[in-house]
Design a protein. Sequence first.
Lengths: 212, 178
Amino acid sequence: MDTQDLIRAMAADTRRQALPLATAWRVALALALVLAGAVFALALGPRPDALASLETARFVFKFVVTLALAASAFVLLRRLVRPGEEARAPLGWLLAGPLLLLAAVGLELLAVPSADWAVRLVGVNARVCLTFIPLIGAAPLVVFLAVLRHGAPARPALAGAVAGLLAGGLAGAFYAAHCPDDSPLFVAAWYSLAIAGLAGAGALLAPRVARW
Amino acid sequence: MSGKNERELADLLRAALAGDERCYSAFLDRVAGLVRAYARGKITHGGVDAEDVVQEVLLAIHLKRHTWLPEAPVLPWVYAIARFKLIDAFRRRGRRVEIDVDDIAETFAQPEVETVSARDITRALDGLAPTQRSVVAAISVDGRSVEETARTYAMTEAAVRVALHRGLAAIARRFGRE
C-alpha cells in the first residue's frame, strides 16, 4: 500500500472523533476519586477525631503536602500525553510537595526534642501506611494509565511515573484522614516510600500499556 | 516560510477535525512530504525504510489527532510524533540514536516526494480481519468511497466506517511490532 493509498483511507476516516483529552481527564479524575474513596471507605474510614483534628496544623498539613503533589503531577501529566509538549513540561513543579514537606520536617525538628524524633518517625502505623496508600492508589493508577493509552506519551516511563505520583498523592490524602501519625517526620518517611512505589509501578507499566 | 507553513497546516487540520475530508487529505499530503524529508535526513545507515516511517507517522497522527489542541502550534506536534516514531523504528532495528530537538528546526525547509511508489500492498493489509482488509483495500487502493464500499459488500455505511477505523488501527499496531 503506498502512502497515497494510506492517506485516502485516513481521509475517509475523519468522521470518527476520539474522546477529547480534556473530557478524558475530567472523567478520569472523577473516576479515580470515586474508586479511591470507595477503597478507603470500605477498608479504613476516617479516624474518629478527623473533623476535630482539622484544627491542628500537623493534621491539615498532611493534606496540603499530598494534594500539592497530586496537583503538580496532574498539571505535568496533562502535558506529557501531548507530543511536542513533553519536552517543555515543567518537571520542577513536582518539587512543590517535597519542598513543603522538607520545610515542615525542619519545623518539626525545631519544635520537638531530639529524644522524640525517632518515635515520631516510626509512628504507630507505618505498615498500614505502606499497605493502604498503594492499595487506595492502585485503581486511580490504572485509570490514569488508561488516559496515557488514550493520549500519546512520547516519554512513556516518565509519564507513568508521574501518573503514579498523581495516584499516590490522591491516595495519600485519603489515607491521611485515617492515619493517627501526623508528624511530618512520619509523612516524609512512609508516605514518600509508599508513593514512590506507585510511581515505580507506573514507570514500569506505562511503556507497555501506553504503547502507540 | 515555516511561519506560513505552520499557519496553513494548522488551518487545514482545524478544518479536518471539523470533518472536512479534502482538507485532511491536503494536510496529510503536506505532512507526508515534511516527514519524508525529516526521516531521510536522519536515516543515514539504512536498515530503516524512510517510507515505512512516513506511513507509521501518518497513522500515529491520524489515530492520535485528538492530542493536538486547536490553539497549539501544529509543526512541533508533528515533529515530536515523527521523532518518537523514528527513534522507535531505530530501536526495533537494534540501533541506538540520539536526535536533538534542535535539529528539527533545520528540516522544515523543503518537502520531498515519494520515490518508492509501489509498496507491497499485501504486507500492510496482511493480518487484518477479512472484512477490514476488504474495506481498507477498497477505499485506499481502489479509491472507492465509503458509500460505494458499503454497497459492494452489502454493509451499512456505519459498519464500513468501523471496519475502516479498526483496520487502520490494526495496521498501526502491526508497524509497531515489525
